[in-house]
Design a protein around this ligand. Structure first.
Ligand code: FCB
Length: 441
């Protein structure tokens, strides 16, 4: 059963999340070329070579999308600002249309009684900065700080919250070690550099926003429950290493001023020069931490160089991403993060949801599996609250079906179905169920 607003503490916030490249349409409004455009244009990287050219055309249809949020009884909307829309070359001249777009979006949220929760960067690096090495180049911290200043001078006065970088693990590891996301590298030195520079850029942006007088600044991190594939000590060690570079690396940097020893066993020879001197910037105090959580992974040892492990398929029911459904992992991470890193700092679940085999039949989408998934994870969040975790809100990924990165438009995560030809929006059964659950009592 879906819990309702009354099952959560007073003031608990319910939200939905999206990101710029996944919904806006990047050929509109003077946006610059991003590394996702070039990645998608390279054969073999993205299903059907799909890109964000049109996406959901949110750039033009945002008023209707914000109406969906208001009518769905959401309190807060987590969106992101495209670096390449604001600064088409990544640096230098700003694009006035881009700034106007986010300005109108923020006002449109406030007019509808919705709290704007901005993420500065959700992966659409301007291509000219990718040419300069992107996240491998230490200078990115300064470029990102400058972008932060330009966009936040315009909208920072009206935001409810802001966070620098969505899911540093994906920016670092997924994109530079596994090569699944732009820029599609598979190189340990690139990875070690990117994972550190992402932290430096995070701290730099927090500093810029503090100097602008902004409040309620946080960080958004993703987590996967790493379960040893069997009960051997080798599998336990493999899972512990996965946990260290996925779930601990960034929080450890920010809250402890050091990176996990297990990760440094592989990274040490590849770290950028004088990285140890950067923690004063990286450790800029935060007002909240956001957790994105979807699944668990079974981890087994594997031959080959560090990290010498592999994922193996698990037995639990799976979503259309082939991700196992494991709500207990959400309770685990909420309690772990509060206990080991954040203490009394407010936590938010900033993303949670599933891709389903959703079909539009006679103008409706019956996505009962999504309702069940959301119910199980909302209840897992309540379990954490019952254990004393200061969890203040929960955001569903995503408001709309959208561009699911290297999987193109095929994986549908939305509460609202998108026809990517007509761009027609159709609220699914899950949208209606959450609207009823989130109604004010
Ligand atoms: C998260 C991303 C988001 C979307 C979901 C499914 O890792 O932040 O953009 O791809 O996964």
């Amino acid at each position: 059963m879906l819990p309702t607003r009354a099952d959560f503490p007073p003031g608990f916030l319910f939200g939905a999340a999206t990101s710029s490249y996944q919904i806006e349409g990047h050929t509109f409004g003077g946006a610059g070329v991003t590394h996702w455009d070039t990645f998608a244009a390279t054969p073999g990287n993205v299903v059907r070579a799909e890109n964000g050219d049109t996406a959901c055309d949110h750039y033009h249809r945002w008023p209707a999308d914000l109406d969906l949020l208001r009518d769905g009884n959401f309190d807060v909307y987590r969106f992101s600002t495209s670096w390449a829309r604001v600064l088409p070359e990544g640096r230098g001249a700003a694009n006035p249309e881009g700034l106007d777009f986010y300005d109108r979006l923020v006002d449109g949220l406030l007019e509808r009684g919705l709290k704007p929760a901005a993420t500065l960067y959700h992966w659409e690096l301007p291509a000219p900065l990718a040419d300069l090495g992107g996240w491998r180049n230490r200078d990115i911290a300064g470029w990102f700080g400058d972008f932060t200043e330009v966009i936040m001078r315009r909208i920072g006065d009206r935001l409810w919250s802001a966070a620098p970088i969505n899911e540093p693990w994906c920016v670092g590891w997924l994109s530079h070690f596994l090569g699944h996301h732009a820029p599609g590298l598979r190189d340990i030195r690139a990875t070690a550099h990117a994972m550190h520079h992402v932290m430096l850029a995070h701290g730099t942006a927090i500093g810029v926003m503090r100097d602008l007088g902004m409040k309620n600044l946080g960080g958004v991190f993703n987590f996967e429950y790493a379960q040893p594939a069997d009960d051997t000590p080798e599998a336990a060690r493999a899972a512990a290493l996965y946990d260290a570079y996925y779930n601990q690396f960034f929080l450890s940097g920010i809250f402890k001023g050091r990176y996990p020893d297990l990760v440094m066993e592989g990274f040490a020879p590849h770290m950028p020069k004088n990285w140890q001197d950067d923690f004063a910037v990286i450790q800029a105090p935060l007002d909240w931490v956001g957790l994105n959580y979807y699944t668990r992974k079974l981890i087994a040892p594997a031959p080959g160089p560090w990290p010498a492990h592999q994922e193996v398929p698990g037995p639990l029911p799976k979503t259309a991403m082939e991700w196992e459904i494991y709500p207990q992992g959400l309770t685990h991470f909420l309690t772990m993060v509060a206990r080991d890193y954040t203490g009394t700092l407010p936590l938010y679940v900033t993303e949670n949801g599933m891709a389903g085999y959703d079909e539009l039949v006679a103008g409706a989408v019956d996505d009962q599996p999504r309702i069940d998934y959301l119910a199980a994870h909302l209840n897992a969040a309540r379990d954490a609250i019952a254990q004393g975790v200061p969890l203040n809100g929960y955001f569903t990924w995503s408001l709309l079906d959208n561009y699911e990165w290297s999987l193109g438009y095929e994986k549908r995560f939305g509460l609202v179905h998108m026809d990517f030809d007509s761009l027609q929006r159709t609220p699914k059964a899950s949208y209606h169920a959450l609207r009823a659950a989130f109604a004010q009592g």
